[in-house]
Design a protein around this ligand. Structure first.
Ligand code: S3P
Length: 199
């Protein structure tokens, strides 16, 4: 396939995914540092869909940073706000929605993500996750104890729940555009299985 044919194939794939997605959101779930925001933004650009970031929307609604919300009101309060915000964003589809790492753990949120969206778990190993969050220092859950042991504990608790997502994609080190291509191909295959083919 030459470059022109590849571009046509891509645009056909994009059209197909958009047509079959309908009003649903593409919901990215997974740990802190999995790449939900950066991959999500690229995917939204490629599909010409709005990009919605749950963490930013929570911060906007509270007029506080996530670290400030945790410090002033505690995690339970943050989780309530997170649930409300994700529920609201889900009704704004079609869009690409990046959730915070804990959002999908809430049973009600998870069910809504699954009925009103196509869920994708961006799966990464602890060293990759740690390397990506290391530079930022904006994750309150990693500020208390040793970040590596917290990350390992959270990952082992959460993995079985993330695994309920419709699609699982390995988010490795390396260029994000390669992962975006894999996400698009996986969406195409997943949606094709559930929507009758046009003839
Ligand atoms: C959290 C992940 C963060 C943010 C908050 C809690 C978690 O979002 O919502 O710090 O529980 O894993 P990212 O996954 O976007 O870092």
């Amino acid at each position: 396939m030459d470059a022109r044919q590849a571009a046509v194939a891509d645009s056909e794939q994009i059209e197909r995914v958009l047509a079959r997605l309908g009003k649903r959101c593409i919901v990215l779930v997974g740990m802190m540092g999995a790449g939900k925001t950066s991959i999500g933004r690229r995917l939204a650009n490629l599909l010409h869909l709005p990009f919605l970031d749950a963490d930013s929307e929570i911060e906007k609604a509270a007029n506080l940073s996530i670290a400030e919300i945790f410090a002033a009101y505690g995690e339970a309060h943050f989780r309530e706000g997170e649930k409300r915000v994700v529920m609201r964003l889900l009704s704004n589809g079609p869009a690409v929605l990046a959730t915070g790492g804990g959002a999908y753990l809430n049973e009600e949120t998870r069910q809504r993500c699954r009925t009103e969206g196509v869920t994708i778990w961006l799966k990464a190993d602890v060293p990759v996750l740690l390397e990506r969050v290391r530079k930022k220092g904006n994750r309150p859950l990693l500020e208390r104890d040793d970040p590596e042991s917290v990350m390992r504990r959270l990952l082992s608790e959460r993995e079985p729940v993330y695994a309920e997502a419709d699609i699982v994609i390995a988010s490795r080190e390396g260029p994000h555009h390669a992962v975006v291509g894999e996400v698009l191909a996986a969406l195409d295959a997943f949606l094709a299985d559930r929507v009758p083919h046009e003839r």
